[in-house]
Design a protein around this ligand. Structure first.
Ligand code: ZN
Length: 261
């Protein structure tokens, strides 16, 4: 089923039954902070592990995750893998779920802090909007992920009430998820918007090696702002898309129905 898109009109076809922020994610460098240095090291010692936000959705009997998180992404020691395992199991069990309940995972992009814990859901189908030059099977092998893989068609309802759309900039293949819950349009932005401090300042996270385009990143952030009522950033708590009306006014009238296509 096709979801109808438009900046003045988001035609809500279906709604999800439940949406949970399993973990809000954390960020090593908020807007205005300096990379590196003693305070950055202390943040890490305190448990700021740079993991992505993880969202669980239940819709029409299906349980899906958007991004999986992975704490301390550079550390592949068994101790860190066990730490991740415990975090995932605890965050699921608090809400009455186990890893076996998750049928599908959508990843916003192929970065380890977003996809790394897919290894804890080996039976869940791993869905993605696009991928970098390295083919997904090679990429998932490189990351140690054995999940069945499937590319999603953008702007098509994947489960009732959920679709995905391209948000390039952070890297070339990045996608975000659009979720309809009650009367609210929620965008699970991934690193198209890493945290509210980046949204507040219209700022782009520039530190990843595969960074694609600042201009595209800013346009993706604007598109998310136009569509969303509520934004779940890649590494932080949900916040209201308070720039929605301003961003919509920036568009020429004739772009209303097509700008999001
Ligand atoms: Zn990230």
């Amino acid at each position: 089923m096709k979801a109808v898109w438009g900046t003045n009109k988001v035609d809500i076809v279906n709604r999800v039954d439940k949406i949970l922020l399993l973990q809000p994610g954390s960020l090593s460098i908020e807007r205005g902070e300096q990379p590196g240095g003693a305070t950055a090291r202390v943040k890490k010692d305190m448990g700021v592990a740079g993991e992505s936000s993880v969202v669980l959705i239940e819709s029409n009997g299906r349980v899906v995750l958007i991004d999986t998180g992975f704490r301390n992404e550079m550390d592949m020691s068994s101790k860190n893998l066990e730490l991740n395992n415990r975090h995932v199991e605890a965050s699921l069990s608090v809400h009455g779920y186990s890893t076996k309940d998750v049928e599908e995972i959508f990843i916003t992009h192929w970065h380890h802090d977003h996809v790394g814990n897919a290894i804890l859901f080996p039976l869940a189908r791993l869905r993605y909007g696009s991928s970098p030059a390295m083919a997904p099977p090679m990429l998932s092998g490189f990351l140690g992920i054995k999940n069945p893989l499937e590319r999603l068609e953008p702007r098509t309802e994947w489960v009732p009430g959920v679709s995905v759309f391209p948000t390039p900039g952070h890297n070339e293949h990045h996608h975000s998820a659009l979720v309809h819950y009650k009367q609210t349009v929620i965008v699970v932005a991934g690193d198209a918007i890493v945290s509210q401090s980046y949204y507040d300042h219209d700022a782009v996270w520039p530190y990843n090696g595969d960074f694609y385009s600042e201009a595209k990143a800013i346009e993706s952030m604007r598109e998310i702002s136009r569509v969303a009522d509520l934004i779940i950033p890649g590494h932080g708590h949900p916040f209201q898309s308070y720039k929605k009306a301003t961003r919509r006014r920036e568009l020429p009238d004739e772009a209303d129905e097509t700008a999001c296509r």
